[in-house]
Design a protein around this ligand. Sequence first.
Ligand SMILES: C[S@@+](CC[C@H](N)C(=O)[O-])C[C@H]1O[C@@H](n2cnc3c(N)ncnc32)[C@H](O)[C@@H]1O
Length: 267
Amino acid sequence: MLARARSFERGAGDYERLRPEFPKQLFDDICASAGTRMHGRMLEVGAGTGRATLPLVRRGATIEVVEPSTDMVGVLAGRLEAAELSQQCDLRQAAFEDVDPGSTYDVVIAAQSFHWADPATRWSRLSSLLRAGGRAYLFWNGWRLASQMHDLEGVRALYLRRGHGLQHDVEDHRSDTGWAESEIGTDPNLELVDARSYEWPWRLDVDDYLGLLRTTSQYSVADAGFREPLLNSLRGLLGDQVTLQGRTRLLQIDTHDAPDRSPHRHS
Ligand SMILES: C[S@@+](CC[C@H](N)C(=O)[O-])C[C@H]1O[C@@H](n2cnc3c(N)ncnc32)[C@H](O)[C@@H]1O
């Protein structure tokens, strides 16, 4: 896990070039749901190159960002500066675990990052960082190979022979939030109040698709001695263009101690 989390120490340029954006509708929905909280104190966990940071800042938010990777922080700082938005972002090279436990926030954002936070403490930490009435938005992008365009049985067979445990994209395992949905209840102060999905078609050149896979932690830490032959064979199976079905999954989490909630919910 640690080695995979550290894989984000390098490759921020490829990450920024090859990873998909989040749908605009997702940010519109977050703004509508957050309401006046958007102008309150906001924390973003693991911002990477700013796939979520810039759209939120452009919608008027001021964000305190923690991101542990030097490489990611460098790219994000450059993007904010180029967009003249640096003043709306307090960017700190740090992990979620480093956030001052005495701070409280109106909104906490984690885009494709919450699974990297320490599983033993992530929910209690989230709970204590959200002020009464605060909201958290956790979201992930995922994709799967379009069944009508690609030989999925061929892909499965290739990974069985030469996958060395790497996951193929016949199923979308990245935006599957079942693990988080079942973990949220482990903190008595947190409640999952909304879960929704955004579907988007995506077509890209095969080399960009293979590059995209290399930006994911499991491929990036895999031994190139078996990863590259695997990806070469995959190229042969998929052809020049790859058609994916993309999906973004958004979870909205509230605190039980919201001022407008009945006090005996605590008992
Ligand atoms: C898949 S990237 C997501 C980046 C960006 N939020 C996005 O959606 O494109 C995961 C990010 O989480 C960061 N990360 C890993 N462990 C973390 C931790 N314990 N606390 C905060 N961020 C962490 C990584 O450095 C990486 O930038």
